[in-house]
Ligand binder design. Structure first.
Ligand SMILES: Nc1ncnc2c1ncn2[C@@H]1O[C@H](COP(=O)(O)OP(=O)(O)OP(=O)(O)O)[C@@H](O)[C@H]1O
Ligand SMILES: [Mg+2]
Length: 258
């Protein structure tokens, strides 16, 4: 049972962009509760409102209706990783990773130590003084992940963090994130297009409908923790993947027909 208070709670959240005949009903209504330590994945067709939901959770966007609350202890932030990385080209890799710590006013020496530690874990120690322009897409993505994790967020909000990576690096980072979140028990809301990724990482997989995105199904991957990437080769994995794909295929079809 644990802590009865969810870390994240959404009540009838909707979001519309624009007005009148040009209004786009992008999201909702969405009801959602995420318990402390829970890793929740969201899959859904392109344009169904996934990034919109995450931006609302991050406080970057307001719901048109409804309410979304995040409960964090004092001083512990929520951290967001954007679909397009969101790292700063004019800051060095080290300064990018230190950025959230600077905002938290962590003393410079400690901030540098923590930033270096995360860069090392992400295999980027040799690039601390480089600028993002000198990095590959996968390396930039790892900088964004290091920056988010360095603040030791109470909630991690990730918007397709591995989408731009090749399949091999993607698998490696999935396994790393799996190990990491199982150690830290960080509450995570994770958006992805990859059903495989959702099943490997998630305690829950939520399926969203075509726009306006609503949650139409939920599955709990039947793999106890700590789990490893080896679950990918089990029959249960394959079965769940095809079940989720069937749910999703209906929605992609809906959108194409609309
Ligand atoms: N700032 C904005 N102004 C106007 N429309 C927007 C804005 N942000 C999103 N939208 C619209 O809202 C809908 C949902 O967008 P959103 O980015 O949330 O989708 P998504 O599910 O993240 O898609 P993808 O999987 O392609 O990333 C889209 O129709 C999009 O055009
Ligand atoms: Mg998106």
């Amino acid at each position: 049972m644990g802590d009865p208070h969810p870390k994240l709670e959404a009540h009838a959240v909707t979001r519309t962009f624009g007005r009148g005949t040009k209004a786009v009903h992008a999201l909702g209504p969405v009801d959602l509760k995420i318990a402390p330590g829970e890793f929740t994945c969201v899959v859904g067709p392109s344009g169904c409102g996934k990034s919109t939901l995450l931006r609302i959770a991050a406080g970057l966007l307001r719901p048109s209706r409804g309410e979304l609350t995040i409960r964090t202890a004092a001083q512990r932030p929520a951290a967001m990783i954007f679909q397009d990385y969101g790292i700063y080209d004019w800051k060095t890799v080290q300064a990018n990773v230190r950025f959230g710590l600077d905002i938290q006013k962590v003393p410079r020496r400690e901030a540098n130590t923590r930033a270096t530690d995360w860069l090392t874990r992400m295999g980027l120690a040799d690039f601390a003084d480089a600028y993002p322009a000198a990095l590959s897409g996968g390396m930039r993505q790892r900088v964004a992940i290091a920056r988010a994790l360095a603040v030791e967020p109470e909630i991690l909000l990730m918007d397709e963090p591995f989408a731009a990576l090749d399949a091999q690096l993607r698998t490696i980072l999935q396994d790393e994130l799996l190990a990491l979140t199982q150690t830290t028990r960080t509450t995570t809301l994770f958006i992805t297009h990859s059903l495989e990724e959702a099943i490997v990482l998630g305690d829950r997989v939520l399926v969203m409908s075509a726009r306006p995105g609503r949650i139409i199904a939920e599955r709990r991957p039947p793999f106890p923790r700590p789990r490893s990437g080896e679950i990918r080769t089990t029959p249960e994995f394959t079965a769940l993947k095809s079940e989720l794909w069937d749910l999703l295929r209906g929605e992609v079809g809906t959108e194409a027909a609309a």
